[in-house]
Design a protein around this ligand. Structure first.
Ligand SMILES: Cc1ncc(COP(=O)(O)O)c(C=O)c1O
Ligand SMILES: Nc1ccccc1C(=O)C[C@H](N)C(=O)O
Length: 423
C-alpha cells in the first residue's frame, strides 16, 4: 500500500464530499474521530437554532403555527426529512423523544406477552441503556427478566452470528430488539434476514439505529422491520441531547401507544381537548408530550446536509476512510500490539473501527494530549470514527503517525491506565 502523505492528499482531492467539511466548526489543530459519540456542530445547524429562537422572539405562542418552521408540525417535518436515511415512508418516521424513551414507548406498545410467547430476545453486546429498558418493561408486566430476557451470546466478545440469533428465536419469544450496528465493534447485523426469520415465527422485531442512522443506508420499509428508534447526536450532528427518532411500519398504524399523551393525537383533534385520544394515523401516534423544539432545531440544518450529500455517497466515503485507516494501522503499527476487532468486509463493517490494546486507556489519554480525539470503551477498546462529512484522508494519515510516535516514544506511560468518569 502507499503510505505517503501525498497519497492521502490525492484521495482528499478526489473526494466528492470535501466541500461539506467547510460547513462544520472543525479546527485544523484537532483530529476529531469521535463523531459516532457526538457529531460536530455545523453552521447550518447553528443557523436553524437561531431561526427557531427568532420565531419564539417574534411570534411567542403563535410560533406553534407561524414563523419559518411552525413548531406544531416540526416533529413530523423532521421525520419526513429523515425517512430516506432509513428507507422508510415519510409517515412512518417521527422525530421525538430519546433513544431510551422511544424504546420504552415501542416496547410498551408492541410487547404483548400471550400464552407461551412471553419473552424478549436481545443480545449481550448491546448498549446498557437498551437492556435496562427491556428489563424494566418486563418487570412492569410482572415478568422476571432473569428468565424472560434472552441475550444472545457472542462467541468472540465482539460480534454476533446471525445463525445464533435465529437459533434463539424460539416459540417463547414475542419480541426481538437488537442494535443495527454494535456500538463497540461496529458490526452491522443482517436486518433483512433477521426480520424475515422473526416474521416466519410470528415474532415482532425492532432495531436500535443509534450507530447506523446517517452512516449506512437502510431499507426498513422493504424489509418490513416492525419498528426502530435512534438518537440524533452522533452521525446526524444534532448536538448534545438532540431529539431522537422512531419508525413504525405502516402495517402497525392504529396500534395504541403504550405510553399515551396528547401529542400522539391526530392534529385536527388535539385541541378538541377530549378525554378520549384520537391517535394520529401515522408514526406520530407514538409521540407523548410537547416536542423539545429547541433541541430538535439543529436537525433542520443538519438533515438538509444529508439530503444533499446522500447516504450512499456518505457510505462510500466512510468505507474508504475506514479501509485506509485499517491498512495504515496494519503497516505502520504492525508491532505495537493493536488488534483490529471490527468486521473487515464492507457488508458488515459499520462506520467506525475498534482496536483492542491492553494499554488502551492511557493510549487514548496520550492521543488526546496530542490533539486526536478517539473514544475509549471499557476495558481495552479504542473506537475511531473518521466521519465522511467532515474528516479527511490526510487526518487519517496524521492520526496514524501520531499514534506511531506515541507507541515508539512510549509517551502513553506518563498516564495512568484507568478511565475517567466519562470515557
Ligand atoms: C446503541 C445505543 N443505544 C442507546 C444509547 C443511549 O441512549 P440515549 O440517547 O437515550 O441516551 C446509545 C448511546 O448513548 C447507544 O449507542
Ligand atoms: N449519550 C452520551 C452522553 C455522554 C457521553 C457519551 C454518550 C454516548 O452517546 C455514548 C455512545 N452511545 C456510545 O456508543 O458509546
Amino acid at each position: 500500500m502507499n503510505t505517503e502523505i501525498t497519497y492521502a492528499q490525492s484521495l482528499d482531492e478526489q473526494d466528492e464530499l470535501k466541500s461539506f467539511r467547510e460547513e462544520f466548526y472543525i479546527s485544523n489543530d484537532l483530529i476529531y474521530f469521535d463523531g459516532n459519540s457526538l457529531g460536530l456542530l455545523s453552521k447550518r445547524a447553528e443557523k436553524a437554532v437561531n431561526t427557531l429562537m427568532e420565531s419564539w422572539k417574534k411570534h411567542a405562542i403563535d410560533g406553534w403555527s407561524e414563523g419559518a418552521h411552525p413548531w406544531f408540525y416540526l416533529s413530523e417535518n423532521l421525520g419526513k426529512m429523515s425517512a430516506d436515511l432509513i428507507g422508510a415512508r415519510p409517515e412512518e418516521v417521527i422525530v421525538t423523544g430519546s433513544t431510551t424513551t422511544n424504546l420504552h414507548q415501542l416496547v410498551s406498545s408492541f410487547f404483548k406477552p400471550k400464552g407461551k410467547k412471553t419473552k424478549i430476545l436481545a443480545d449481550e453486546l448491546n448498549f446498557p441503556s437498551d437492556i435496562y429498558a427491556l428489563k424494566s418493561q418486563l418487570q412492569l408486566k410482572g415478568l422476571d427478566p432473569e428468565d424472560h430476557l434472552i441475550q444472545v451470546k457472542s462467541k468472540n466478545g465482539n460480534t454476533l452470528e446471525t445463525q445464533d440469533i435465529i437459533d434463539a428465536m424460539t416459540d417463547e419469544v414475542a419480541l426481538i430488539v437488537l442494535p443495527a450496528v454494535l456500538y463497540r465493534s461496529g458490526q452491522i447485523l443482517d436486518m433483512e434476514r433477521l426480520t424475515k426469520e422473526a416474521h416466519k415465527r410470528g415474532i415482532l422485531i425492532g432495531f436500535d439505529l443509534c450507530h447506523s442512522i446517517g452512516s449506512i443506508p437502510h431499507q426498513l420499509a422493504d424489509w418490513q422491520v416492525d419498528f426502530a428508534f435512534w438518537c440524533t447526536y452522533k452521525h446526524l450532528n444534532g448536538g448534545p441531547g438532540s431529539v431522537g427518532g422512531l419508525y413504525v411500519n405502516q402495517k402497525h398504524f392504529g396500534t395504541s401507544p403504550g405510553l399515551a399523551g396528547w401529542f400522539g393525537s391526530a392534529k385536527d383533534k388535539q385541541f378538541d381537548m377530549k378525554h378520549t385520544l384520537t391517535q394520529a394515523e401515522h408514526a406520530g401516534a407514538f409521540q407523548i408530550g410537547t416536542p423539545h423544539v429547541l433541541s430538535a432545531a439543529p436537525l433542520l440544518g443538519s438533515l438538509e446536509m444529508f439530503q444533499e450529500a446522500g447516504i450512499r455517497r456518505i457510505r462510500k466515503k466512510s468505507l474508504e476512510l475506514t479501509n485506509y485507516l485499517m491498512e495504515l494501522i496494519e503497516v505502520e503499527l504492525a508491532d505495537d500490539g493493536f488488534k483490529i476487532v471490527n468486521p473487515r468486509d464492507g457488508q458488515t463493517r459499520g462506520a467506525h473501527i475498534f482496536l483492542e490494546h491492553p494499554e488502551a486507556t492511557r493510549i487514548c489519554k496520550a492521543l488526546k494530549a496530542d490533539s486526536v480525539i478517539p473514544d475509549f470503551r471499557n476495558p481495552n477498546g479504542i473506537r475511531l470514527a473518521p466521519v465522511a462529512l467532515y474528516n479527511t484522508f490526510e487526518e487519517v494519515w496524521q492520526m496514524v503517525q501520531i499514534l506511531k510516535r506515541i507507541m515508539k516514544e512510549e509517551s502513553y506511560k506518563k498516564y495512568e491506565n484507568s478511565r475517567g468518569v466519562i470515557a
